[in-house]
Write a protein that binds this ligand. Structure first.
Ligand code: AMP
Length: 114
């Protein structure tokens, strides 16, 4: 059985979050520890534990999720660009086992990432 995470509780609206966008496919919330002027997490309502398990969503749902991430980024009006991050597992420093895309923007990014 999958672990119930903080994002499961946020999706079920059992605990509050700063919701910036919601539809049938995703909920987008402000990150509580922002890494830039804009830092939004995009959570699919159809849960898998991480990007490494995205195949379990099925191609149609996974496609809807990716398109929703792009739409949320568009709504954030980040005209000079932004970064999308999926942290995966230990080396990727994933802390919450509920797939989520980070959209970070509003500042110049560096490369390589830390
Ligand atoms: P990751 O390390 O990729 O698993 O990202 C988890 C992210 O969730 C971190 O950036 C946290 O700051 C963020 N986070 C944890 N709890 C909450 C919460 N209750 N509301 C919003 N963001 C959260």
């Amino acid at each position: 059985m999958q672990q119930d995470t903080i994002f499961d509780k946020i999706i079920r609206k059992e605990i509050p979050a700063d919701i910036v966008y919601e539809d049938d496919v995703v909920m987008a919330i402000k990150d509580i520890n922002p890494q830039g002027p804009i830092h939004v997490l995009v959570l699919p309502k159809n849960k898998v534990t991480g990007f490494d398990r995205i195949e379990e969503m099925g191609a149609v749902e996974a496609g809807k999720y990716i398109i929703a991430i792009s739409k949320v980024a568009e709504k954030l009006n980040l005209k000079d660009g932004y970064r999308i991050v999926f942290n995966v597992g230990k080396h990727g420093q994933q802390t919450v086992p509920y797939i989520h895309a980070h959209i970070i923007g509003g500042r110049q990014m560096g490369w390589p990432p830390g």
